[in-house]
Design a protein around this ligand. Structure first.
Ligand code: MN
Length: 385
């Protein structure tokens, strides 16, 4: 490819997606350049990354770490900012072509909105943004002519299946789920599950929040809602299939009954690379899948009775309005509490269901409504703990 390198801003560069995105960028340094890096707390790694990739600007969200980061980077000519406000403003930088949103949870919402308003292409790893405010985000994208390229592996798979199918409606999609570490277990088996057990995902190496979400199937629930907004689907068009080997990353069924799927060994670097490089497929050395070495791909139904979170997410999606925002906020509090040994694994669903019942329903929420719902739900969830 000739011409100017794509300038990338990575929000959340020290997390699992962020570090893998930097691996992709360094393997394709002829195509990509880092313009902005941001981190929450991990100042050490942020400094290391900035020394290696020489971004124009870095932001450390934790203001107490500003001095440490600035002392290390100012002599290299890297601009250093701190705080939540800077994190939101930095995405507007005029040199930025693509903003990779790899923040965790609700915190991704406001920076993503700013990036869309600044007409930046979005590589979306932060699914919660679409869960919380999918209607608002898709509307903003439409108004600003902005494209969202999904980084979530299932959604990247669907996106890849849709290339060349502009005028062919989707009949349904199959979102695949590994089933997580507790696949096949019953409710009675899960009462005393510890966080150490829940943090061991069979196929994917990920951050703590998404790993717990995967164990509880909430991750799949959030992905169902994410898919609704990305691909403009109705609830009945979105099917979840448990596929423990995580080789088929998802599939699309068209109106002639033909199914297209995208396959590969589980490696987040592929969807990251596809989102950054789209529409090109960039040559790489990632591990290749072998049909002969892995002949047994299996499929089963998700167990919605044991893993209530997936059903709760479908309910939230069908009810609409601010309900998915409530689901997400309650889940963030539930996961944090589970990680601190404050509640049991199954209590997470109780807490979420409780909040969905008690928080006031808003049918057509504005951004302010979403902000208020998020805040109220967190307060209520903390009280209910
Ligand atoms: Mn996923």
């Amino acid at each position: 490819m000739e011409g100017k390198k794509k300038q990338i801003a990575i929000l959340g560069s020290t997390g699992s997606i962020g570090t893998q995105a930097l691996d992709v960028i360094s393997e394709h340094s002829n195509l990509f350049e880092v313009e902005v890096l941001t981190a929450n707390n991990n100042s050490k790694l942020l400094i290391e990354q900035a020394i290696k990739f020489k971004p124009n600007t870095v932001v450390i969200a934790n203001e107490e770490k500003y001095k440490e980061v600035n002392d290390a980077l100012f002599k290299l000519g890297v601009k250093v900012f701190a705080g939540q406000q800077s994190l939101e403003e930095v995405v507007e930088g005029e040199n930025i072509d693509v903003v990779l949103t790899a923040l965790v949870g609700y915190s991704g919402l406001k920076p993503t909105i700013r990036a869309i308003k600044a007409k930046k292409t979005i590589a979306l790893a932060n699914k919660e943004t679409l869960v919380v405010a999918g209607d608002l985000i898709t509307k903003l994208c439409y108004e600003n002519g902005v494209k969202i390229y999904p980084v979530d592996s299932e959604h990247s798979a669907i996106f890849q299946c849709l290339v060349g199918e502009t005028y062919n409606p989707i009949e349904k999609i199959y979102l695949t789920a590994s089933g997580g570490p507790f696949k096949g277990k019953l409710r009675a088996d899960l009462t005393n599950i510890t966080k150490t057990q829940a943090l061991k995902h069979p196929n994917w190496e990920m951050g703590a929040k998404i790993t717990i979400d995967s164990a509880s199937l909430m991750n799949k629930g959030l992905e169902v809602i994410e898919a609704k907004w990305l691909f403009n689907l109705k609830a009945e068009q979105i099917n979840v299939v448990v596929h423990p080997q995580s080789i088929i990353h998802s599939a699309v069924q068209f109106e002639d009954g033909s199914i297209k799927a995208q396959l590969g060994v589980p490696d987040m670097k592929l969807p990251i690379q596809y989102a950054l490089g789209f529409p090109e497929r960039l040559k790489n050395t990632f591990k290749r899948f072998s049909f002969i070495d892995s002949p047994n791909l299996t499929f089963e139904k998700p167990d919605l009775e044991t893993f209530r979170n997936l059903q709760l997410a479908y309910n939230a999606m069908e009810k609409g309005g601010n309900t998915p925002c409530i689901l997400n906020a309650a889940n963030e509090i539930a996961v944090a509490a589970f990680l601190k040994d404050k509640i049991g694994f199954l209590n997470m669903s109780d807490l979420i269901a409780n909040c969905m019942e008690k928080i006031t329903f808003v049918s057509n929420p504005t951004l302010e409504d979403y902000v208020a719902t998020n805040k109220e739900t967190r307060i209520l969830a903390n009280e209910l703990l």
